[in-house]
Design a protein around this ligand. Structure first.
Ligand SMILES: Nc1ncnc2c1ncn2[C@@H]1O[C@H](COP(=O)(O)OP(=O)(O)OP(=O)(O)O)[C@@H](O)[C@H]1O
Length: 256
């Protein structure tokens, strides 16, 4: 269980998220959506302990997140950041990095770690190009290599920041399937997504952010029926069958 109470955080003393109360139940699967710049990444970074909050508290398993030593924390929470370096490393080497929280010094993989890396490479499909360097891969292939690292890390909670952005529709579905696979394996999964329809159709829990605050949260149906999405994104929405459609408001309908 991850609990955030009255969290505010930001950069250079400027609050970019405020009054955030959020509870992620073990095994839940949540999409965080909201317009550009509303604070989704900031919230994820706070949860991953990459950004210390100005106020409020975060508890994991009932204990303040700050009290976990780094390796123990990395076994509890993993994050796939939105922007990443491209280290001079092979796919297999990257996946092995996922095991570092389990290793002592010197970092030498044991049989259990090697099994975890193999499984991660197979599950993600990255095994097909395991010996290639990250710089030699397409964006989609590289994304799967990073997800292989996250799978190998085997943390209880997995935070994925815009894992589908820049991918074609087939690759997007593959990444979402992988997120579901982690969920079925009992992980708590949180994704930041830009495609609202994708979020509503794939994720049973939705958190809508606007201007640093949580505006709505609940099931896709509850959030959709509340009309919040139209207001927050400035769109007109429709649900047909189990599918959601969004249309830009024309300037005339905006002013009416
Ligand atoms: N490193 C930083 N230093 C200063 N300000 C930042 C930094 N990172 C983000 N911000 C600001 O914080 C606010 C929230 O940014 P954040 O990246 O959390 O939004 P987001 O909802 O994830 O946006 P997007 O959908 O565009 O990725 C924005 O106004 C942004 O300009």
């Amino acid at each position: 269980m991850i609990e955030l109470k009255k969290i505010s955080a930001g950069y250079d003393g400027v609050k970019r998220i405020e009054h955030i109360d959020l509870c992620l139940a073990p095994g839940s699967f949540t999409a965080i959506i909201g317009p550009n710049g509303c604070g989704k990444t900031t919230l994820l970074r706070v949860m991953a302990r990459l950004l210390p909050p100005y106020d409020g508290e975060i508890k994991i398993g009932g204990k303040p997140a700050a009290e976990y030593e780094p390796k123990a924390f990395a076994r509890l929470v993993s994050i796939l950041p939105q922007s990443r370096d491209i280290p001079d490393i092979t796919v297999e080497g990257l996946a092995a990095h996922g095991r570092f929280p389990y290793l002592g010094f010197p970092r030498r993989l044991g049989p259990q770690d090697r099994d975890a890396v193999e499984r991660a490479l197979e599950i993600t499909g990255a095994a097909a190009y395991r010996s290639r360097y990250l710089r030699q891969l397409s964006g989609g292939e590289r994304q799967k290599a990073y997800i292989a690292m996250i799978v190998a890390q085997d943390a209880e909670t997995v935070l994925l920041d815009e894992p589908t952005t820049h991918l074609d529709i087939g690759r997007r579905f593959e990444v979402l399937e992988l997120a579901h696979l982690l969920h079925r394996a009992g992980k708590t999964v949180v994704l930041v997504l830009h495609d609202i329809a994708e979020a509503l159709e794939w994720c049973p829990e939705i958190v809508v952010m606007e201007k640093g605050h949580i505006r709505a949260q609940g099931s896709p149906e509850t959030v959709f029926d509340s009309g919040t999405l139209d207001q927050v994104f400035g769109v007109r929405s429709q649900r047909i069958g189990g599918h959601y459609f969004f249309q830009a408001l024309s300037s005339s309908s905006k002013s009416s």
